[in-house]
Design a protein around this ligand. Structure first.
Ligand SMILES: C[S@@+](CC[C@H](N)C(=O)[O-])C[C@H]1O[C@@H](n2cnc3c(N)ncnc32)[C@H](O)[C@@H]1O
Length: 306
């Protein structure tokens, strides 16, 4: 890994909240409400406050440090645009790997003090509206963002992404994945159809690479697709990528999501049901509450931070 350059700032530890460990999903990362966010056009409800990024940025950066080198090998980008970059974790990983021409877009609500890239490389943008930076990039990222925009903005987003590069790494939550303000969870076919309408083919070669990598958050392993402009794909440099194992664009749910949604209730590791001492009434009430909450999370009303 190349040393950090002037495009990055020293990486302050952002692990204020304990996590249940890589691979156990996001139940420990539930963000329960806005803390000091500034509602604005891209965050009218004040959803994406500092706490949201404290919960997700460690895992995001850890994943990016695994995936960025693979994308660099496959695509060879000299410039990267990250659409919905959050606090810039993925760009940070690219910069650390030597790609310094990077730009990140996210809402006006992202606090400069949290950015993990030079703030000059960050452009506050409302992604539910068309955007045009007046240039193209060798690689465009849009990761776990599309599900946060109303369905009415899906086509606008895909068109804006297509306007900025021939190669797009895209991931978006699947139905019932759950997450903060997930308002348009869709199976891959929904996005593939939209990118194909803009002349992009889906190379589904990233998910097989990442599926069993515990350092990579399961939502990237499950959802990350590579889209390449069809005329670009004819270039021989894409032959290797096209020969890689593929998931064939299937709708897939990662085992770690399945585990998160079906964690056994605490009673199964406590005293045997019916034992004389039994579970105290309060414990049983808390267990019942926990199960009810999991059902609500599955319906997306009180979701994990993503
Ligand atoms: C789950 S985070 C993903 C961040 C980053 N891509 C990553 O993978 O770490 C979703 C991001 O979408 C951004 N977002 C949601 N709606 C937006 C909008 N209308 N305009 C700009 N950004 C938006 C949020 O601010 C948040 O940073």
């Amino acid at each position: 890994m190349a040393p950090a350059t002037s495009a990055t700032r020293p990486l302050a530890p952002r692990c204020a909240r304990p996590r249940s460990g890589a691979g156990r999903g996001r139940t420990a990362a539930i963000y329960r409400g806005p803390v000091g966010s500034r509602p604005g056009p891209s965050d009218p409800l004040g959803i994406y406050a500092a706490g949201f990024y404290e919960d997700q940025s460690d895992g995001s950066l850890r994943s990016a440090r695994v995936v960025a080198p693979s994308l660099i090998e496959l695509v060879g980008p000299r410039s990267v645009l990250d659409v919905g970059c959050g606090v810039g974790t993925w760009l940070r990983a690219f910069v650390d790997s030597g790609v310094t021409d990077v730009v990140g877009l996210d809402g006006h609500h992202v606090e400069e003090s949290l950015l993990q890239i030079d703030p000059a490389l960050f452009r506050p943008t409302d992604l539910s509206r068309p955007f045009d930076l007046g240039r193209r990039f060798h690689l465009v990222l849009c990761l776990e963002v599309a599900e946060h925009l109303d369905a009415g903005a899906a086509e606008t987003l895909v068109r804006s992404l297509a306007g900025h590069g021939d190669v797009i790494a895209f991931s978006a939550a699947v139905p019932f994945q759950g997450g903060t303000h997930h308002v348009n969870e869709q199976w891959p076919a929904y996005w593939i159809e939209r990118f194909e309408a803009h002349g992009y083919a889906c190379l589904d070669v990233l998910r097989p690479m990442l599926w069993n990598r515990p350092e990579v958050e399961w939502w990237y392993a499950q959802n990350l697709l590579l889209f390449v402009a069809e005329d670009e794909l004819a270039d021989p440099r894409w032959a290797t990528a096209q020969a890689l194992p593929t998931f064939g664009k299937i709708a897939a749910v990662h085992p770690r999501l399945h585990e998160v949604r079906h964690e056994p209730p605490p009673a199964t590791v406590g005293p045997a049901p019916g034992a004389r001492s039994g579970r105290p009434l309060l414990r049983r009430l808390l267990d019942d509450l926990g199960r009810a909450r999991q059902r609500v999370v599955r319906r997306g009303s009180s979701p994990p931070a993503s």
